[in-house]
Design a protein around this ligand. Structure first.
Ligand code: ATP
Ligand code: MG
Length: 258
């Protein structure tokens, strides 16, 4: 199953991505991919050493595409670079079942930017999403721009994280429209940071009005903030109400009927 986690800035995408990855890795092989240029998936898993994103691996990019990153317009490079070995060689091993890949970003070259780094990243993403037997969790960039780049077009499930606010519901609506346009078949929402039933049911009804189903709710939970401040993954706090909700969501995802 390939899952992309999307939503407005700060709604809890990375918290959900990292925690789901930990939970799935108790049973399955998992690749957690940081596809957000403002990378912090590894940090949410408790890894605080600096990581070089793939987009900054100049030698690798040159070796695989035949051109220097940032090479001048018109330079010839391979559009189909060899990447099969990269998920294993470039990932950080978190535990026996969980590997992390940090993609990074390429300097924006306008729509449909074609440069050696973006060609390599796109080929790698495509490869990861088509890989059999593994669960892939993509922590996406905030907002809607990435949908234009079609990074997540072949995922099995796109989860939009929504907090109790109309703005966050509006972003979810836009994500749904754009994701449907690029061919994503299954889109569902997770409500995060609800302080009480009222906030939860308000958000749920707004999402339902937009035709977006909700696959689970995560309460506002101080433990999430404590985990963040202590630099540890949420899975280390078994009493956390948010963790328990994410465990339920993981189960719902695995039972999801496409
Ligand atoms: N259920 C929750 N209860 C309390 N705080 C939460 C909860 N979920 C997330 N947070 C806090 O909200 C902040 C944003 O969370 P997170 O980084 O996961 O969001 P994000 O959507 O990935 O943000 P960005 O758009 O910057 O990538 C963090 O400080 C996190 O600790
Ligand atoms: Mg994030």
């Amino acid at each position: 199953m390939k899952i992309a986690i999307t939503g407005k800035g700060g709604v809890g995408k990375t918290t959900l991505s990292s925690t789901l990855s930990c939970i799935f890795s108790q049973t399955y092989k998992v690749f957690a991919i940081d596809a957000d240029p403002d990378m912090n998936l590894a940090s949410s898993l408790g890894i605080h050493e600096p990581i070089t994103p793939i987009s900054k691996m100049r030698n690798l990019i040159k070796d695989r595409t035949g051109a220097e990153p940032g090479s001048s317009f018109g330079e010839v490079f391979k559009m189909n670079p060899k990447i099969n070995d990269l998920p294993d060689s470039l990932s950080i091993k978190y535990n026996d079942n969980l590997k992390i890949l940090v993609m990074g970003t390429v300097d924006k070259g306008g729509e449909g930017c074609v440069c050696p780094a973006s060609v390599l990243l796109k080929a790698l993403m495509r490869h990861m999403i088509l890989k059999k037997d593994e669960i892939v969790v993509l922590d996406m960039e905030a907002g809607i721009e990435h949908l234009g780049r079609r990074t997540s077009e072949s995922v099995d499930l796109m989860i939009v994280v929504v907090e109790p606010s109309l703005k966050s519901v509006e972003t979810a609506k836009r994500i749904k429209t754009l994701a449907t346009d690029i061919g994503v078949k299954n889109i569902t929402a997770v409500i995060n940071k609800a302080s009480d039933r009222l906030e939860e049911s308000f958000t749920q009804s707004k999402l339902n009005e937009e035709g977006i189903n909700v696959i689970g709710c995560i309460p506002r939970d101080k433990t999430v903030i404590i985990a963040d401040m202590e630099g540890k993954p949420l899975i280390n706090y078994p009493e956390s109400a948010a963790l328990k909700s994410i465990e339920n969501i993981a189960e719902n995802i695995l039972n999801f009927k496409q």
